[in-house]
Design a protein around this ligand. Structure first.
Ligand code: NAD
Ligand code: DAU
Length: 340
């Protein structure tokens, strides 16, 4: 089996590529990633000598390139993924998340391939009580969420119209190693380590349902191999937390690991202007993947956060090269070419 994995130099994609290669000794991965600001080849350093992993620097919007690649199935992570960026400029979101997904669907259709589309719980919008199921209406509120909802509908339409063997996963908020430090958890960790302000949007009481990235990877693997064509599977950790509680937990872990004074760390918390259209609460019902495929999250939140804090403390070089911008040059060094 040779799988095309798109976005495999990003946070979840790089964790997934590593997961698949170690779990399936007979599988090969073609890892297609255009290395936007969020793509980082250093995430894949340990796979450089692995001859079952081929990295291709390229854009999912480039149909000619896609047609030149050979593989048996597609797992599609590549996306513009950050809500705040989508509020500043939605154009790249429209291009990659909708246009790129449509290209991959065309390939899956022409070649008769299975395609797993990695989506998000944000397509459902905000919910004040209860849980989103796969039957909940799509009601996206940010340009990012609207682009993901549009791509989900294209996947559905290609399955209904052309019989494409497609499945969709909708996961809640991920955390863990290699997450780009623009997202809440890594941003708070590295700012706390650098004694910088910790910007909490609004009143800090927005709720997200957090899941460790490896539990997400295991779920994607199960849906890819056993999910029914045309179906959607929610993935969530049944782990709702208010943002301010997440920040407090991170600070107490940072204090445990580094010995920094907790009062000083708490003093870094800075309430800032709210995100426009900020969804108040996400909460996902993962009963379907639990009962149909037997998936369950395995990483407890307390341990998962403590481990993640230790990872960022132990990998200052990794995020230091992101904050300095140096990581963008890694591809040049590895491949002897210049980035444009
Ligand atoms: P990320 O921003 O860390 O990584 C995205 C990757 O896609 C990067 O490596 C980037 O270079 C690549 N990419 C972007 N545009 C591309 C293009 N046109 N062609 C090829 N590659 C391109 O994102 P992530 O957090 O790892 O998210 C991965 C996927 O999972 C996304 O589809 C996202 O919507 C979804 N998701 C994320 C979360 C989360 O909490 N992070 C939760 C649910 C679903
Ligand atoms: O729910 C899944 C989604 O989770 C994914 O589809 C997205 O790709 C991913 O980015 C994430 O979206 P969020 O907007 O929920 O994640 P973010 O880390 O940006 O923010 C989490 C919460 O923390 C949110 O309520 C906004 C708040 N926040 C975020 C940042 C970056 C802050 O209070 N301060 C911050 O500096």
């Amino acid at each position: 089996m040779k799988i095309l994995i798109t976005g495999g130099a990003g946070f979840i994609g790089s964790n997934f590529v590593r997961f698949v290669l170690s779990r399936y000794p007979g599988y090969e991965v073609v890892n297609l990633d255009s290395l936007t600001y969020a793509g980082n080849l250093e995430n894949l350093r340990d796979l450089e000598e692995n001859d079952r992993h081929t990295f291709v620097k390229g854009d999912i919007c480039d149909m000619t390139l896609l047609e030149s690649l050979r593989f048996d199935s597609i797992i599609h992570f590549a996306a513009e993924s950050h809500v705040d960026r989508s509020i500043l400029d939605s154009s790249p979101f429209l291009r990659t998340n909708i246009g790129g997904t449509k290209n991959l669907l065309d390939l899956a259709k022409t070649r008769g391939l299975r395609m797993l589309h990695v989506s998000t719980d944000e397509v459902y919008g905000s919910i004040s009580e209860g849980l989103f199921t796969e039957a909940s209406p799509l009601s996206p509120n940010s340009p990012y969420a609207a682009s993901k909802a549009s791509s989900d509908l294209f996947v559905r339409a290609y399955h209904e119209t052309y019989g494409v063997d497609a499945v969709i996963t909708r996961c809640s908020n991920n955390y863990g190693p290699f997450q780009f430090p623009e997202k809440l958890i890594p941003l708070m960790i590295i700012n706390a380590l650098a004694s910088k302000p910790l910007p909490v949007y609004g009143d800090g009481r927005n709720v997200r349902d957090w899941i460790h990235v490896l539990d997400h990877c295991r779920a994607v693997d199960m849906v890819f191999h056993k999910g029914r064509a045309g179906e959607v599977y929610n993935i969530g950790g049944r782990n709702e937390q208010q943002n301010i509680d997440i920040v407090s937990r991170i600070l107490s872990s940072v204090s445990d690991v580094t010995g920094s004074d907790i009062a000083g760390l708490n003093g870094l918390i800075t309430y800032v202007k709210d995100r426009p259209g900020h969804d108040r609460r996400y909460a996902i019902d993962p009963s379907k993947i639990e009962s149909e495929l037997g998936w369950r999250p395995t990483v407890g939140f307390e341990n998962g956060i403590a481990e993640t804090v230790r990872w960022y403390v132990g990998n200052r070089d990794w995020w230091g090269r992101i904050t300095s911008g140096q990581y963008m040059k890694y591809y040049d060094v590895q491949y002897g070419r210049r980035l444009s």
